[in-house]
Design a protein around this ligand. Sequence first.
Ligand SMILES: [Zn+2]
Length: 191
Amino acid sequence: MKILVTPDPKLREKSKKVNKITPEIREIVDTMIKANLEWEKEHPYELSAAMAAPQMGFMKRIIVIRDDMDNKENTSYTALIDPEVIKTEGRIEKDYEGCLSVPTIYGLVPRPDKARIKAKLIDGTEVRIKSKGPLTRTLLHEIDHLEGVLFIDYIKDDKDAWFELDKKGDIVKIDYEKRIKNNKELFPDED
Ligand SMILES: [Zn+2]
């Protein structure tokens, strides 16, 4: 069970539609949830809020979202199959984002704060989600993964948007010129 990290090229590929929910798909979902919780054990200050299948090398349109983002004791997740953004609306807000595939780094990422999403649950039920606030950010971040897009793409040229967790678990600014600009692990295709 391995979580892919940048600059793994699989993170930049588009994932394929699932359509039919087979035992293999359910197994992928279980594997993703297990990997999230294992990661969390090793990262005491962080919560594994969500994951997209390509982050484990499964190039399928599947995401899992933590049911309670404020309570680490609640370890249940909801899987969304073939999620689609119908529309985004509301204000553009900046907030911190991290990613299991972009270790240690946090970014201050602008995103719309409302969205309408269509997806299927693991039992095949079609759902429509009208999200507000932080859940919107999580959903858009994960659906981006299915297109090969990472949060760092939105802040590539914003020198004030880059942060990391220090040893005490506090969020601190990163020296953009030294750590981010020309960083081949984050942006391998840049000259
Ligand atoms: Zn991510």
